[in-house]
Design a protein around this ligand. Structure first.
Ligand code: MN
Length: 279
């Protein structure tokens, strides 16, 4: 197996993590990876904003993990291993969820490889509960666990507009930065540009008008263009891993949610590192 080649040209590896174990409201995220792959076929491979083409990227695909018969801890271990494996052959890992809990497993693997990695989360929900309905680790509490395990000061969350009362002080006081907007202060941005980044995109950061096919839609969200613009603002940073979670295709027969997810992923795949920026 190849070792990571950080200085080499664009190389990304995608895999699916169709976990759908802890939903509180509506299931269906297990079908996310297949739907996003299908809808990606309808998109051009070329990004006019980034002036880069998927055809010019060595994009590997490890397929989808088989998780449905596993208990949650075993499923998370499988996802952690897959992330580590993908990171060993590519300089950018892309995971298709699945419910948001998958991010904890991916982040664990990335933190082992890059202890100075920071987590950037785009999500309507704070996900900072200590537990949810008697279960410690769920899609509504995974970020709390990421903070406990790896440090809240490494977490930046954007697009947040929903959470229980007790989550908000944690967001304001413990996390490095937390905002409803998709922007961050220059100081935070400057810090992030120095560090390996794990980027997680919960599709519900989008307004339900743009992405109705998700388990817990939250009105008052960002437009597609706003999220896309934020992603483009990460050009020149070092995104070593990204995931896109919570697409539930059965809740959106139009396919609009899955194609929005596919297009955001295309832009993440094509995001240039600092060494690839146009002069
Ligand atoms: Mn969410």
């Amino acid at each position: 197996m190849d070792s990571p080649r950080e200085g080499a040209g664009s190389q990304a590896t995608v895999f699916g993590a169709p976990l759908d174990a802890t939903q509180s409201f509506r299931f269906g995220a297990a079908a996310g990876p297949r739907a996003v792959r299908e809808m990606s076929a309808s998109l051009e491979t070329y990004s006019p904003v980034l002036d880069r083409d998927i055809d010019d990227v060595a994009l590997g695909d490890l397929g989808d993990l088989t998780l449905e018969r596993l208990a949650l801890p075993a499923a998370l271990e499988a996802i952690e291993h897959a992330t580590a494996r993908a990171a060993s052959v590519a300089d950018r890992v892309l995971m298709l969820g699945g419910e948001h809990t998958v991010t904890l497993a991916g982040y664990r693997a990335i933190k082992r490889l890059y202890p100075d990695a920071a987590l950037v989360s785009l999500d309507a929900h704070l996900d900072l509960r200590e537990e949810y309905e008697g279960q410690a680790l769920t899609h509504a509490s995974w970020l709390y666990h990421a903070g406990v395990e790896h440090g809240f000061e490494d977490i930046v969350q954007l697009g947040v507009r929903s959470g229980a009362r007790e989550e908000w002080p944690r967001a304001r006081e413990a996390c490095r930065f937390s905002s409803r907007e998709l922007t961050m202060p220059d100081e935070v941005r400057g810090e992030l540009s120095e560090r390996p980044l794990y980027l997680t995109i919960d599709i519900d950061v989008l307004d339900p008008a743009a992405a109705p096919g998700t388990g817990c839609p939250e009105p008052g969200g960002a437009t597609f263009t706003e999220v896309e613009r934020f992603l483009h603002s990460l050009a020149g940073t070092r995104v070593v891993a990204a995931d896109l979670v919570e697409v539930s295709p059965s809740l959106d027969p139009s396919g609009a949610t899955a194609v929005a997810a596919a297009k955001l992923l295309r832009e993440v795949v094509l995001l240039p590192k600092s060494t690839e920026m146009h002069q």
